[in-house]
Every structure is written in C-alpha cells, then in structure tokens.
Design a protein around this ligand. Sequence first.
Ligand code: UTP
Length: 275
Amino acid sequence: MIKKCLFPVAGYGTRFLPATKSQPKEMLPVVNKPLVQYGVEEAIEAGLTEVGFVTGRGKRAIADHFDISYELENQISGTGKEKYLSSIRKVMEEGTFTFTRQKEMLGLGHAILTGRTIVGNEAFGVILADDLCVDQEEGVMKQMVNLYNQFRCSIVAIEEVPEDEVHKYGVIEGENIKEGLYRVTNMVEKPSKEDAPSNLAIIGRYILTPDIFEIIENTPPGRNGEVQITDALLTQAKKGCVMAYKFRGKRFDCGSVKGFVEASNYVFENLYEDD
Ligand code: UTP
C-alpha cells in the first residue's frame, strides 16, 4: 500500500515575482486556500497520509501552514470564525508532515532524490502543487493509486496538449494498452513541436517505485543542466515498465499566471463555499 507522497516545493516561482519575493508560490491563495493545500488534500484523499516536502530557502511558511497557530487559534476559539480553519484542521488531523531541504536547485529529478530519506524503500506519490487538479468524483492521485494496485509499476499522469505547447512538458510515446492507458516506450523533456513523439504531456502527478532513486543517481544532468525525472523515467521504462495514464478531471497550470487566474475563477464558481 502506498502511504507516502512527496511535494517538491523548492522552486523560486520567478513567474510570480514580485509576489514570490518573500513568500513561497505554493502559499499563494487560490480563492481562500493556499495552492499547496489543494495538493495535500488530494494526497490524503488517496490514502497518502505521510506527506514529505522537499523545500528550499524561504519556504518556512509552508511548514507553519501545516502546524498549529496557537495565538490565532486562541483568538478565534469559540467564535463564528473558527469554521474558516476547518479544512486545514482536517488535513492536520489526517496527515503527518516531514520536511527536508534541497540545498541547490538541480532539477526535479534531484529534488525527488533529496526526498529519499523521507520515502525509504517503498513506492510513493509525487505531487507538483503547481498543477491544481480537480475532479468531482475522485482525485487524480486516487485514480493513480488504483492503477498502481493493479500494475505495480511507476505511473505518470498525462494530458493531451495543443502541439504548440509540447515544448513546456515532458512528452511520452507509448503503446496503447486500453482506453487512456499507455505503456511508455519513449519520453522527451520539453521537445520542439517537430521532435515531439506525441502531444501526450506529463503533468505534475507521479507514482514512482523506489528503484527510481538509484536510476536518478546515475542520470546525468539533461535539458537546462538539470537532473530530469523524465530522463530517469525513460531508463526505468526501458528496464521494466512505466505507465502513462490519461486522468479524469481538469488541470490548471498554476505555475503560470494565466493558469492561476483560470484556476481561481473555476474554484470560485464551482468549489468555493462561503459559510
Ligand atoms: P518549475 O521550474 O516549473 O518551477 O519546477 P519554479 O522554478 O518554482 O517556477 P518558475 O519557473 O521559476 O516560475 C516544477 C516543480 O518542481 C519543483 C518546483 O518547486 C516546482 O514545483 N522543483 C524544481 C524543485 O523542487 N527543485 C528543483 O530543483 C526544480
């Protein structure tokens, strides 16, 4: 059973400057909840209650968010305002939170490798909180855990993207096993439109088997001089098996200003409950 989920949150969030000058982008609110809380709720819904953050400098607000705030809680205790804390209290009751630091930003693959001390030798989930996923019935991570229980190999979530956006993603090529499920045969990180093997882009949800750590250790820096998880996953796919899963639901790229605004509008109109 998978119990652990890593959240690599060491990035600078430069696309949101100056908002991210002194606060983590993961703490920017989508309506009334910080971005990272949506991801953590998705993990917990999937049964991944042991949450591990790979953080960097300037990210302490994330640790504080998942901890008790005595002064505030004391102030509003017994008042009508306490209800505003109910969602974070639920998360704190159900989850445990561990933090480790990525000292240098050497890429997502390196961030995941830094989380090895938290994960140990078991399969685990990875959520990039930048990608906010919503689904009315079942969260994306829960859908992936169900698949993992069937296939017992690494799984990446994919989405069809327009051809002129493939250069922003890791893109897969695969053998279609059944509706929405592929066995990966090739993967390219941020390909040009011409070099892209398909328009099936990897989004920020992964389930990884623990052999990935050794593979990452032996993966040289790739695109942009960063250790790419895509390169490590390709090695894993060639050695054994990696699945790509076209998830049910909607994804917003909250790492970009446009996606963030779209997510805010969607959440406000469809999910937000005032009182
Ligand atoms: P991005 O490169 O998209 O995010 O990394 P960023 O650097 O935070 O944002 P911009 O581009 O400057 O606006 C994708 C995800 O991987 C994590 C980031 O925190 C983000 O969630 N990441 C990436 C790490 O934790 N460590 C790394 O070395 C690289």
